[in-house]
Design a binder for this molecule. Structure first.
Ligand code: ATP
Ligand code: MG
Length: 279
């Protein structure tokens, strides 16, 4: 079942910048889908179409099997189904305190007060931000803001969570904590769509990967399928995961028998190396 689908969407900003061109993107229910692309490729622009913040200049956006209807009431419904965590938390956080910010979404959904309170508590705890309830968001660090922004969406319990570079600005521990959380939410049934530049992390969690460059999807498939096409990856100003790059060097420079497809994760490389030693 497809929960997000774009059909040939093209988007032009009012100043004439063509940010998307005939993009066909699809997220299946219960999966983790990654959108990978360099700066300015159109990742954020595409994501803003998933809950109707932007409307395509041509083509159609289909959410949960229905074409997005851009009237106010229908958009409200879509925004409960598709929660978007913006790239920049400053675009998202606005309430005077953290707790009010995270409560805003569930309160707007008309949930009873005690339900709102328990959701806020749970969401803040899941992103590791309990204890910051009374703080004004603008007094938080970048990484802390990011976590609160994620909590705010989490508290609405959307069916689909779309996160625009959820790990950028987080320290290594914070980044893996957020990824573990996304993984956990996914095992609980949530569909997750994320954009990133972090090619090392993509193979670890994404079941499907799209590469976007200059507003066009230039490649899609599993992480192994996508990263096998080294030329396309480099041509789009991206790189191989470090592990795959190391295997490539060992093969090409040192003539070691690590041919393609290169392993993409530490676990995969470990297996391959041990296998060579075994023989
Ligand atoms: N409000 C806007 N008005 C005009 N052009 C815009 C606007 N926002 C983005 N663009 C342009 O649209 C293109 C796609 O931008 P977008 O922000 O979607 O890229 P991105 O892939 O998210 O990049 P990044 O990795 O830097 O976040 C870029 O050329 C950008 O300059
Ligand atoms: Mg962006």
């Amino acid at each position: 079942m497809k929960v997000i689908e774009t059909k040939d969407i093209t988007y032009e900003y009012p100043d004439g910048t063509k940010a998307l061109e005939k993009v066909n993107f699809m997220a299946e229910e219960g999966k983790i889908v990654a959108l990978l692309g360099p700066n300015g490729a159109g990742k954020s622009t595409l994501f803003l179409h998933f809950n109707g913040i932007l409307r395509p200049s041509s083509g159609a956006v289909v959410i949960d099997g229905e074409n997005v209807n851009y009237n106010k009431k229908e958009l409200m419904k879509i925004r409960q189904k598709v929660g978007i965590v913006f790239q920049n938390p400053d675009d998202q956080l606005f309430a005077p305190t953290v707790v009010e910010d995270v409560a805003f979404g569930p309160m707007n959904m008309g949930l009873p007060k005690d339900e709102v309170e328990s959701r806020v508590k749970e969401a803040l705890s899941r992103v590791g931000m309990e204890g910051f309830e009374k703080k004004p968001p603008h007094h938080l660090s970048g990484g802390q803001k990011k976590r609160v922004a994620i909590a705010g969406i989490l508290a609405m319990k959307p069916k689909i969570m779309v996160l625009d570079e959820p790990t950028s600005g987080l320290d290594p521990k914070g980044a893996s904590q957020i990824l573990r959380l996304l993984y956990q939410l996914n095992t609980e049934g949530m569909t997750i769509v994320i954009s990133t530049h972090d090619v090392d992390l993509v193979p670890i969690y994404a079941s499907k990967v799209y590469i976007i460059s200059e507003g066009k999807i230039i490649k899609q498939g599993t992480a192994s399928e996508v990263f096998e096409d080294v030329k396309t990856i480099r041509g789009a100003n991206l790189r191989l995961p470090r592990i795959a790059h190391l295997m490539e060097i060992l093969e090409k420079e040192d003539k070691l028998p690590f041919d393609k497809p290169y392993p993409l994760t530490i676990g995969g490389a470990r297996k391959r190396i041990l296998k060579e030693f075994d023989e």
